[in-house]
Design a protein around this ligand. Structure first.
Ligand code: PLP
Ligand code: COI
Length: 361
């Protein structure tokens, strides 16, 4: 089937259009922020069916103030990246896994599922259309891809919308945590949960991030990189690190939490496979808090974080500090895993698992 798409230029009243000029971009010093790029792609769901893929040049959307996404949080998003590789090609990583996770989120929020082929087609299209914003390989920066699905029906009753808008924008980004692949301190939060035991923690929905803002602000105010969550029911087991999964290393074993209230991370899934490929054992299970004291290395992992090695995790309630790096350096196994993952993403190592897709030759 020929790809369906139409180009649309939207102009929003009162909106000053500022498209980023290339000379304004300092590729090597990008933060994890938003920059307006040339195009975004959109698709409307109406009368029980997805419409044509549209290409827009404006960042704004026209939305009823009664839309369900604004009142009742019917909103789902994803995050993946495009990599400009040393061989000159541009690759994306495991996009079908992001599509599958979005579909799980859609089921969780009673939203229509975005088909995988439509998701991947739109990802490729928006990357190609914004090629000039894909950072050079040497900069270490990447093009962050943000798919977003919202309920748009104007209504005040609490029930699912009938109309939806799926869109994808891109923005060049630098490291999510300070220093990129450098160790950082975390702090355990017991006063705030990001999700309930049978809630939406396993879905990528805005509400979880809204619920995390107080803990995140509190952690930053105390000089930590990020808040660290225990399970919401008992506060006995490890959940995750802000917007990233947790892993610990000991006895040649990669150990990561099994929990209903954490996001199933594509990065973590990949690291589990790579750890196995490196001859390590892999355990996905509940991790009691005290076990932190036994790990030789620990890290936060995610698309934005890649691997962010953990220097230490402080527990303000007990006064304990679980230290994983005494010299401020990432551990040898985290370093090996990081290098292997990034080298696959950049097409440097053979992609034995078929995880990457070339988007621009
Ligand atoms: N956990 C949370 C809460 C996240 O927001 C993210 C980011 O997407 C992750 C974990 C890591 O998931 P992934 O590796 O798929 O980016
Ligand atoms: C990601 O890692 O892709 C995320 O979505 C994390 C955060 C920016 C929400």
């Amino acid at each position: 089937m020929a790809p369906r798409s139409k180009f649309i230029t939207t102009f929003a009243a009162g909106y000053t259009r500022h498209k980023t000029k290339m000379k304004e971009i300092d590729w090597s010093n990008l933060s994890f922020g938003f920059m307006s790029t040339d195009y975004n792609v959109r698709c409307n769901y109406h009368n029980g069916a997805w419409g044509e893929i549209e290409v827009h040049s404006e960042d704004t959307i026209n939305l009823s103030m009664a839309a369900t996404c604004l009142h009742y949080g019917q909103e789902a998003f994803e995050g993946l990246k495009a990599y400009r590789c040393p061989d000159g090609k541009v690759r994306i990583f495991r996009a079908t896994e992001n599509a599958a996770r979005l579909q799980a989120t859609c089921r969780g929020l009673v939203m229509p599922e975005v088909p995988t082929d439509m998701f991947v087609e739109m990802v490729k299209k928006v990357v190609r259309l914004n090629e000039r914003f894909i950072p050079p390989y040497e900069s270490g920066a990447t093009l962050y891809i943000r798919p977003l699905l919202i309920g748009t029906t104007a209504q005040v009753g609490v029930h699912p919308a009938s109309d939806y808008l799926f869109m994808i924008f891109v923005t060049p980004v630098g490291p999510y945590f300070k220093g990129g692949f450098a160790t950082n301190p975390y702090v355990i939060t017991r006063d705030y949960d990001r999700s309930a035991p049978l809630g939406t923690g396993c879905y990528k929905v805005g509400g979880n991030y809204a619920a995390s803002l107080r803990a995140n602000t509190w952690a930053h105010e105390q000089g930590y990189s990020c808040e660290f969550y225990l399970d919401a029911r008992e506060k006995k087991y490890i959940d995750e690190c802000g917007a990233a999964n947790f892993f610990g290393i000991k006895d040649n074993t990669y150990i990561t939490p099994k929990s209903n209230s954490i996001l199933p991370s594509v990065t973590n899934m990949s690291l589990m496979q790579l750890a196995e490929d490196l001859g390590m054992r892999v355990e996905r299970r509940q991790i009691p808090l005290e076990e932190l004291g036994t790990f030789e290395e620990a890290g936060a992992c995610g698309t934005a974080a890649v691997i962010s090695p953990i220097e230490r995790i402080d527990d303000p309630e007990t006064g304990k500090s679980y230290v994983f790096s005494h010299d401020g350096q990432p551990g040898p196994i985290s370093t090996k895993l990081y290098k292997k993952l990034v080298d696959i993403q950049y097409g440097i190592e053979p992609d034995e698992h078929g995880w990457t897709t070339v988007v621009i030759e």
